[in-house]
Design a protein around this ligand. Structure first.
Ligand code: TXA
Ligand code: MG
Length: 313
């Protein structure tokens, strides 16, 4: 059921149920992060493997010390600056966070989401919310309540509708070590944004099965239709005998089944459209999706990373 009642979401969460919640990045599938019962229900509804840890959502920076052993100065400065926002910081967890929540890792990922409804919900609850993206494991993340309903509607009691997600791609996941930032997942806060705090930034390379960074599994965010990324004009030629769909950055290829991420070439607009357009193309009567990389800068880097994973076979 889709609705806008914060009170109803709160009551369900207090009873250890799971509820889909809006955030500025993507919709999350939320449950009490301190309850193994609620966290188990999240894994079950998503069909998510237990080695893939959940992010814990809070509403105030001052709450973080309840859940982590220590906060390095650089990590604190990043939180103060970017929160509420699309940044998840990994920190050594306290034992009140169940091992199930972090897949038995010593660190917990924490963020404050930037969505008024979810912030109000979090403030009304006596516990933080664990919330992975509200999609079945391996499929494209949802950026509207309808997306969640399409796939998880039968499995969860309530979807709190907060409209379309403004950022549209998941949070950037990082850890701070000494004075270095290690990025485990590219996302809504760009490398350029982070460079204002340190030039010492390392982006973890793709891995196909590293359990320490499961969001980096290669075949992630994938539509069911095969996706090919390259020069769209050449790909259109190569796939001339098939029914094609096109996902371009800003160019109009004058074909019926196409989506243009941002006609004005805005990275932010492209990010906010990316997952919805991939879903729309996935539902069209086509055989393949042909896409192109964006310039590898700002949010273009995160979008390219998603396109690579969507196309991984
Ligand atoms: O924007 C977001 O981050 C959204 C919204 C709902 O907040 N959530 C989200 O969660 O994208 P999820 O579960 O789909 O992706 C979280 C990823 C994991 O797959 C993993 O790569 C990384 O974050 N992660 C979380 N906790 C971690 C930990 N303790 N150690 C290493 N990586 C962790
Ligand atoms: Mg996800």
């Amino acid at each position: 059921m889709i609705g806008t009642e914060i009170e109803k979401a709160r009551d369900l969460l207090l009873r250890n149920e799971v509820v889909a919640i809006p955030t500025e990045t993507v919709y999350g599938l939320a449950g009490n992060a301190l309850s193994e019962i609620a966290v188990s229900k999240i894994f079950e509804a998503k069909n998510r493997p237990h080695f893939d840890p959940l992010i814990v959502h809070v509403s105030e920076v001052s709450e973080v010390s309840n859940y982590v052993e220590e906060i390095p100065e650089l990590a604190f400065n990043l939180m103060e600056h970017f929160w509420p926002g699309a940044l998840t910081v990994l920190l050594p967890k306290k034992s009140c966070i169940p091992d199930l929540t972090t897949s038995a890792l010593n660190e917990v990922g924490i963020r404050i989401p930037n969505h008024p409804i979810t912030l109000e919900l979090l403030k009304s609850l006596p516990f933080p919310l664990a919330a992975p993206s509200a999609n079945p494991f391996g499929y494209i993340s949802p950026t509207s309540a309808q997306h969640v309903a399409e796939q998880l509607g039968e499995k969860i009691p309530y979807i709190l509708d907060g409209g379309s997600c403004s950022v549209g791609i998941e949070s950037t996941v990082l850890r701070v070590q000494h004075n270095e930032i290690e990025i485990l997942r590219l996302g809504g806060i760009s490398v350029e944004d982070l460079q204002r705090f340190t030039s010492n930034i390392h982006i973890q390379q793709h891995s196909s099965s590293s359990p320490a960074s499961p969001g980096m599994l290669t075949s992630h965010y994938a539509p069911r239709k095969p996706v090919f990324v390259g020069n769209i004009r050449e790909l259109m030629h190569d796939f001339a005998s098939q029914k094609i769909g096109v996902l371009s950055f800003k160019e109009d290829f004058q074909i019926e089944s196409q989506r243009i991420l941002s006609k004005t070439g805005s990275f932010a607009e492209a990010a906010s459209n990316l997952f919805a357009y991939l879903r729309e193309l996935d539902h069209m009567n086509i055989d393949v999706i042909l896409a192109e990389f964006l310039p590898n800068e700002n949010l273009g880097r995160a979008i390219n990373d998603k396109l690579k994973r969507a196309s991984a076979k």
